[in-house]
Design a protein around this ligand. Sequence first.
Ligand SMILES: Cc1ncc(COP(=O)(O)O)c(C=O)c1O
Length: 427
Amino acid sequence: MRIGAVASESAPTAALRAGADAPFDLQRVRSDFPILHQRIHGCPLVYLDNAATAQKPQSVIDAVSRFYSRENANIHRGVHHLSEQASAAYDVVREKTARFLNARAAHEVIFTRGTTDSINLVAQSYGRTHLKAGDEILITGMEHHSNIVPWQLLCEQTGARLRAAPLDNAGELRLDEFQRLLNDRPRLVAVVHLSNALGTINPVKRLIGWAHQCGVPVLVDGAQSAPHIPVDVQDLDCDFFAFSGHKLFGPTGVGVLYGRESLLERMPPHQGGGGMIQTVTLEGSTWAPLPAKFEAGTPMIAQVMGLGAALDYVNDVGLSAIAAWESRLLAYATELVSSIAGTRIIGTARLKASVLSFVLDRVHPHDIGTVLDNAGVAIRAGHHCAQPVMQHFGVPATARASFAFYNTLDEVDELGEALHTVKRMFG
Ligand SMILES: Cc1ncc(COP(=O)(O)O)c(C=O)c1O
């Protein structure tokens, strides 16, 4: 079936259950994630809240622990061995990140605290210098609050106006409306690649092509795409791309902003402090070259080491293999959940990945989440920081199961079993 299609209650799930195994050694992969091997409320943990944050392989935990145990020093400052070693290791992760995204140069990679921080950086640096009263910023109706509120703040500061291209009933972007709004020549487009609330994959390459024809730069919110589908910023031709380390099996507190060099060069620093300057006198300062210009103060060095280990891990498994397995998990889960009477899938786009949002008649998503938790199944219930999406679908909240490559078909069965328990309880 097409992922996202809603099956009838009697739809056989067996065909989707059978067939090829994961295109990697799933049990070996699972053994790399220590947190997965525990019981919650007496039941084996089934972790299906990966869109909120992903679990960490032992190699990431070790990288952070090793840094603090043996390697800790501040970077780009000291002349002593540990500092030089930490500086070199930090720079290696930047190069690794550039390769991961296929950026042209390592200095197009800025380390931030996460996607939210990356988007705020662009809003405050690019936005405040390039937008003025009356200008428009174009987003979509399926953005995470992180890709709405920074622009609203910018609008308050500059007098610019925020507009959003609407969705259809499947949770797909209305491309005709997007093009219509582009004709009004916004000064910036900011669009989510993979919706955390719906699972919709937006055709960002096409959107970017259209925006560039109008001379409009595009920021892609890749918080959910970077961990699940291969990303190539040169192929997409995006101007900015943001993601978070913690959703990509790395530590919290670190993220990435990719920026096109020609744009980053023209942008002023958004924060001042140590590390981002060339010269300082009491009369004024000049800025360090990229990427230091945007990394004021002591950065999150240990977290960057962890991010490096996470990128190595993901590269080892392979994003194409990850995407293939997660697509299978999503198809199976969609079929299974749809077959339970009274469920409604929220977000049935033709192209989806890793996220299954749903509601169940007469049961609040928080109650679903609580009953599932009692069975050891961790999902998310709420508005997923995407309240406009909830408003569009006329629901206050959804239950959301979100998958990672270490999830199994058996775990999807556990989700189904637990949902039957919910139905029995709230019948
Ligand atoms: C699509 C999307 N954008 C942005 C964010 C914000 O990420 P972070 O909280 O790591 O900054 C999230 C987090 O869930 C997200 O799913």
